[in-house]
Design a binder for this molecule. Structure first.
Ligand code: SAM
Length: 284
């Protein structure tokens, strides 16, 4: 497919970008091919793309070895456009275009008719307004979810992949580290988009770790307290946890430490200690 034909289809259909849906489009097919490659798609894979919009990234996914691509789009105009533009792939069943709000869907229901043999890869250029909640939803997802290659504002990618001691390190990095390892695979300049957003973007690749820390509810609770008062020492910010100085000692964390210096593994140990002391909310 030529990039020109994608632009022409958008113009012919009067498909302008809607700010309310975070619409910034990638029409450079060399770029979308590079993004798709970061996902390491293997023959037989099922890929879920959220927010396909005009279909530049969808075209790259169709060029990949993926067996099946499911594209979930909230904007009915693009559902109609994609169904027509990729009519052959839709007719063959390789591409399924679903009109839905990705925040509200139960993903496994999308492939209930023929469950994939391997975990589903997520490859998306996410809308800025819902990117982080979608990412946290997928981080918590069950065994259906495989490797994620996701485009966000660069600043969000940095917060996902951050290491202790950096300004970007916070709750999102700790939650990510519980389930996965994350790396920024490529930057994408703002001028690559139509229309250009205000900030630069990047693609982060998130791969599950073999030894996950599964008490994400506990981790969300403890890190909300710890990072909610980022400049305070943990012995002050964690006061709401009963016996908090004992918990810090059990986790091997200095009471004077500030949260941005504490490694994810030490937060996991803190949550374990808190649970052993009867900490709520209940584990999921
Ligand atoms: N993937 C396309 C590209 O790279 O050109 C479009 C990316 S654009 C940043 C985000 C897309 O997500 C838009 O098509 C928008 O309509 C869609 N979108 C926004 N909110 C959504 C939601 N809650 N569920 C599904 N799609 C959504």
């Amino acid at each position: 497919m030529a990039a020109g034909s994608l632009r022409e289809a958008l113009e012919a259909g009067g498909l302008f970008a809607r700010k309310s849906l975070g619409q910034h489009f990638l029409l450079d097919l060399n770029l979308t091919a590079r993004i798709a490659r970061t996902a390491g798609i293997q023959p037989g894979d099922t890929v879920l793309e959220v927010g396909p919009g005009p279909g530049g990234l969808t075209a790259a996914l169709l060029d990949s070895p993926a067996e099946r691509i499911i594209a979930v789009e909230k904007d009915a105009r693009f559902v109609a456009h994609l169904t027509g533009f990729f009519a052959d792939a839709v007719a063959s069943g390789r591409l399924q275009v679903v009109e839905a709000d990705a925040l509200a869907i139960d993903e496994p229901g999308l492939w209930a008719d023929s469950p994939p043999a391997a975990p589903v890869r997520l490859v998306s250029n996410l809308p800025y307004n819902v990117g982080t909640p979608l990412f946290v939803k997928w981080l918590k997802a069950g065994a259906w979810r495989g490797t994620m290659a996701l485009m966000f504002q660069e600043e969000v990618c940095q917060r996902i992949a951050a290491r202790p001691g950096s300004d970007a390190y916070g709750r999102l990095a700790v939650l990510t580290a519980a389930r996965a390892t994350a790396r920024i695979a490529m930057g994408v300049p703002r001028l690559a988009f139509v229309p250009p957003p205000k900030v630069e973007s990047a693609v982060v690749v998130v791969e599950d770790r073999p030894d996950p820390f599964d008490d994400l509810a506990g981790l969300e609770h403890v890190t909300a307290l710890a990072f909610g008062q980022r400049r305070k020492m943990l012995r002050a910010s964690l006061k709401a946890l009963p016996d908090h100085t004992d918990l810090l000692a059990a986790a091997g964390i200095a009471p004077e430490a500030r949260p941005e210096t504490v490694a994810p593994e030490a937060f996991f140990a803190l949550v374990r200690a808190w649970r052993q002391h009867g900490g709520a909310p209940a584990a999921r």
